[in-house]
Design a binder for this molecule. Structure first.
Ligand SMILES: [Zn+2]
Length: 104
């Protein structure tokens, strides 16, 4: 069983490539918390629950949202075709039905 990851401090988030997104309810605006800047200012060991941010536009306290690293984009559309297209192999295997193949 893998060991749990701990995301308590600014350094924990940076080590695990997590981000702390900040949302202002009044302005309906999202911004990313400057974790790298905080770490260089000596706040790497600061618990993220102790960090307080305010909106630069209206001064309201920001809501915090912890986000995991972004996943690489999925290949294709992410959907499968249903019902699946009949393949020649599936048609050949139907009981009671034989396909006469012409010779070239
Ligand atoms: Zn605001």
């Amino acid at each position: 069983m893998p060991s749990p990851i701990h995301l308590h401090t600014v350094a924990d988030l940076l080590a695990r490539d997590h981000t702390l997104q900040l949302h202002c309810l009044r302005c309906d605006r999202w911004r990313k918390a400057p974790l790298e800047h905080l770490a260089t200012q000596g706040l790497a060991d600061r618990p993220i629950t102790a960090l307080r941010f305010r909106c630069v536009r209206c001064g309201s306290p920001a809501q915090r949202q912890l986000r995991p690293p972004e996943l690489p984009p999925a290949s294709g559309t992410g959907w499968m075709e249903w019902p699946p297209r009949a393949s020649p192999t599936a048609t050949d295997s139907e009981p009671g039905r034989r396909i006469q193949r012409s010779r070239y």
